[in-house]
Design a protein around this ligand. Sequence first.
Ligand SMILES: [Zn+2]
Length: 439
Amino acid sequence: MTAKLIIDNGIVVTMDDDDTMHFGGHVVIEGKSILSMGPGRYTGEVADGDRVIDASDKIVMPGLVDLHYHTAIAKGYSDHLPLWEYLDTCWYPMIRALDPEAAYWAALASYAESIKGGVTTVNDMYRQLQGLARAAEEIGIRAVLSNDVALPEHNLDTLEDNQKAYEDCHGMGDGRIEVYVGIEWLPLASPELLRDARQLANDLKTGIHIHLNESLTEVENSKERFGRRPTEVAYDAGLLGRDCIAAHCVWLSDTEIALMRTTNTQISHNPSSNAKLGNGIARLPEMKAAGLNVGLGHDAAECNNSRDLFQVMKFAAVIHRAARVDASLHPAPEIVRMATRNGSEALQHNGGILATGKNADVILIDTLSPMFTPLRKDDPAHIYSHLTYAANGSCVHTTIIDGRIVMEDRQLTMVDEATIVREANAAFTRVLERIPPVG
Ligand SMILES: [Zn+2]
């Protein structure tokens, strides 16, 4: 019999359809799934080898899903540039100069920060996926990986690279690691490339990850080159669909929102990246009103400087209120749902909710801190409010992924954090030396 992990006497935020919370409840994990959970203390058997975690003064909730993610090697560079210039002078030169070891250490550093902030799943578009998969396997995170595919003249990845990564890595980590087909963005693609990407995804029976309608310059570029807006081009090429994650979607027309709805395309909203790069504010109220499933992403630490998804939650919660002069928009439970269940559903994972049979991706949050003070422990609205507006990633005490504790008491359990920091710094210096000076 597999040993059980019994989390007892916590504030259990289930994220189920009724937003049920159990105060002083329990969650029992066996293997990779939730065996049972419910209100009240655990009264079942505790066998030899089982571990009981006392969760008094802790919130127990589904792990966060970072729905649009790039492993990052160079945060804190070119902070002042708009998207296109930033890509051309910093991002593309860096990822063209990557070596496999640099990608591996950059991924470990990225995933380490995410896990310490309560993220249990990343939807990571980057290069050198074999190194990323190895990093994800070792550190214990759930990862959906995709390549940075563009037309050949841009010297990034090809669909052949992506297919090879699928063959090498899909299913690693006992199924925890998947490979999707990635498309960088329309300015570096063509309708033919989008059609081929859709064909490859269908052949491999996997999903697609793409940046769409991120900036006004992208929309203008698409209209000039193809006579259509980016999402219209993607629709015409057959790229959109239930298995497609479209990131950003800042500049969607009403017609494009309808195309997303018709095709049931999944959306990653990345408000802090959009704000920092001066790209604008996505039409989240309209996307939600149209019934789109929208999750949250930090994008990349190069254009966000933090992988803290709690920060992204707060941004998503407040930025639309400011822009629309309407404090009723996107209440806290909706924001927490976007960061958990919506992201999991977008990736068609069996998680994002604490219920029997679901993936054991669970985080424990320490409420014994000024950050969570005052706290009425029997008040769901108060819990959601603190999670959305008051919390940050440093409040996460324990991160469990696939039934395994990968961070406890702020310490990573599977890898040595000091080594990762040292090697990621060395990798960054090595890559930096290969490219023209970065501003
Ligand atoms: Zn991105």
